[in-house]
Design a protein around this ligand. Structure first.
Ligand code: NAP
Length: 282
């Protein structure tokens, strides 16, 4: 698997497996299938409610820990220095691991500065090989970088053909932050899987639209973590390293950018309040 080198030298697979919206009772099977298909990077979150099932699948796979790259995320209700430490320990226990590869602040809300200090300490202690953020717009990212010791290794943000984040990626590149795409398929919105332009490019390569989208992202040096509960799609989504999009095809995909989220704007005050006050089930 191709890797990217994070700003602290850690190697991260450019393509991994996301488990958002996989019900806990399906997660162990899905992650087991993904590991059998060849995925070695897994992306979960405390808020997904399936860390324990991810941990069971890891143990059942028998894959040596050092071959895996495991990411989880801190929820808003656990922000702040002390709460972050406790939430991290809870996630580790649920996953059944003794360290993480990447720990992310899930949303740019709450006491993210207190959380970041706790995460810097966890990183110094070797309990997580890298720390980063998610859903941070450029202003929040730069402020966090400028007023703390450790620069986030990763910013995981919505990135797909309808919301391409090229300017955000440039900013991140300039600051040494790796962009990671969530929702690479826009969860199928805007008719992504049947989009005529993407379909034309897919046909030219004998590939699927999903493969073209993932290829377009990795060709832009964007880390991707597509989700699927189906083994055949897991294999399809991994199989994107044997073809290359031409400059014309990259340009054609660039025209699909709307510059806006297909879900919601993380700066919308109503969403800040809704997500900021959402608590975890357990
Ligand atoms: P996504 O990967 O864009 O789309 C998943 C959808 O695409 C599912 O409905 C899946 O259906 C379908 N699909 C997958 N492969 C396909 C293929 N080859 N052909 C046709 N359909 C296919 O959506 P996502 O799960 O929201 O994003 C990926 C990961 O990013 C998440 O799992 C999570 O780890 C992370 N994420 C993070 C945040 C954040 O705030 N940080 C937010 C959202 C997501 P089936 O499962 O039925 O195959």
């Amino acid at each position: 698997m191709r890797t990217v080198t994070l700003n602290n030298g850690v190697e991260m697979p450019v393509l991994g497996f996301g488990v958002y919206q996989i019900p806990p009772e399906q997660t162990e099977r899905a992650v087991g299938d993904a590991l059998a298909a060849g995925y070695r990077s897994l992306d979960t979150a405390a808020a997904y409610g399936n860390e324990e099932a991810v941990g069971r699948a890891i143990r059942a796979s028998g894959i040596p820990r050092e071959e895996l790259f495991v990411t989880t995320k801190l929820w808003v209700s656990d922000t702040g220095e002390d709460r972050t430490r406790r939430a991290f320990e809870t996630s580790l226990r649920k996953l059944g691991l003794d360290h993480l590869d990447l720990y992310l602040i899930h949303q740019p809300y709450g006491d993210v500065y207190g959380s970041w200090r706790a995460m810097e300490a966890l990183h110094r202690q070797g309990l997580t090989r890298a720390i980063g953020v998610s859903n941070f717009h450029g202003d929040r990212l730069v402020d966090l970088i400028d007023h703390n010791e450790v620069t986030p290794a990763v910013n995981q943000v919505e990135t797909h053909p309808f919301h391409q984040r090229t300017a955000d990626q440039e900013l991140m590149r300039g600051r040494g932050v790796q962009i990671e795409s969530w929702g690479p398929f826009a969860e199928g919105r805007n008719g992504l899987f049947t989009h005529p332009e993407l379909g034309k490019i897919a046909a030219a390569h004998g590939k699927s639209v999903a493969q073209v989208v993932l290829r377009w992202l990795v060709q832009r040096d964007v880390v991707v973590i597509p989700k699927s509960v189906r083994a055949e799609r897991m294999a399809e989504n991994l199989d994107v390293f044997d073809f290359e999009l031409t400059a014309d095809q990259m340009t054609a995909i660039a025209t699909l950018d709307t510059g806006a989220s297909v879900f919601f704007d993380h700066r919308d005050p109503a969403m800040v309040s809704r997500l900021g006050n959402a608590t975890l089930d357990s």
